[in-house]
Design a binder for this molecule. Sequence first.
Ligand code: PLP
Length: 377
Amino acid sequence: MNLFDVYPINDIEIAKGSGSLIWDKNGLEYLDMYGGHAVISIGHSHPHYISKITEQINKIGFYSNSIKIPLQEELAERLGNISGKDDYQLFLVNSGAEANENALKLASFYNGRKKIIAFKGAFHGRTSLAVEATDNPKIIAPVNQNEHVTFLPFNDVEALEKTFATMGDEISAVIVEGIQGVGGIRVADDVFLQKIRTLCDKHDTVFVADSVQCGYGRTGKFYAHDFSEVKADIYPMAKGMGNGFPIGGIAIAPKFKPWHGMLGTTFGGNHLACAAGIAVLEVIQQENLLENATKMGNYLMKELQKFDEITELRGHGLMIGIELPEQFAQVRKDLLWKHQIFTGEAKHNVIRLLPALNLSQQHADRFLEAFEKTIKK
Ligand code: PLP
């Protein structure tokens, strides 16, 4: 059987990793400034993570949600604590799309409505509602083309007000990334998020803060939406949550009341996934990784600001977008093939930096030196 060929891939086989470094099968070393698409939060093969998962698999890896799994409670408690949302409730799933899908479903159960507001440039995943709320017609199949979603311009307070004025009481949820990732590292303005909060309160609409990419400490705050000091109703999360182990979740405000059978999943919240999730939070706390993300993010931003060639620098913490003019379209490829540095990309010539939250100064400098050589060549 052949693989279903949907990914444009680089001809590199990764054989092992440690922290922000990875090695291919021939032993060639790479610096990972991409974190496998914002997934690697505590660094590759962190020893605490390995021992926690190993210990768990030696006991039990999986049993269904029909029995008590105290690891879920431990994860929920740690998550509530570190995110400052102790009074929220946790529902565990397996991926970012599934988290958003359940968030939008829960919103609709809550207020009985069908309409969703999403924004230009948004990416929320590839399952039915999540993809319908994603601003990319190419990946929306005819069966997902329904009438649920209205797209508004990102950061446009006036458009938001007008839409709520005409159909506010029909809107089930507003879904918004704190920083658009796939959309090119575009930061949501504080006033914009605050306006969403006010309008949602007024119309009993649910505020869904997609934190799948920008959450879990990546920006130096636990959720990127925290910069605006608003509290959303539901926070979907995934990527950094398991440092590569497939786990996602939604943190749900106290006003949502569950009933048996309302949401469900076979794999979500299994023993092994919870062990991975707990290990990640332990490392984030023990190694002060939120502080490190702020510190290293500020350092990278400060150094990158010195490059006149950069059109715009955007982001917070270790979620950074470097927009370059067209003539530098080759930079990302040169970083990979000449300097062995992985970065991400987004449309219109944006390089995305999404490294592990324990990125060191030495590795940041290694990136900056290579970036300079590539730009100034
Ligand atoms: N939401 C955002 C903001 C994302 O960036 C992504 C993935 O890139 C998703 C949702 C979907 O996550 P997953 O690929 O785990 O389904």
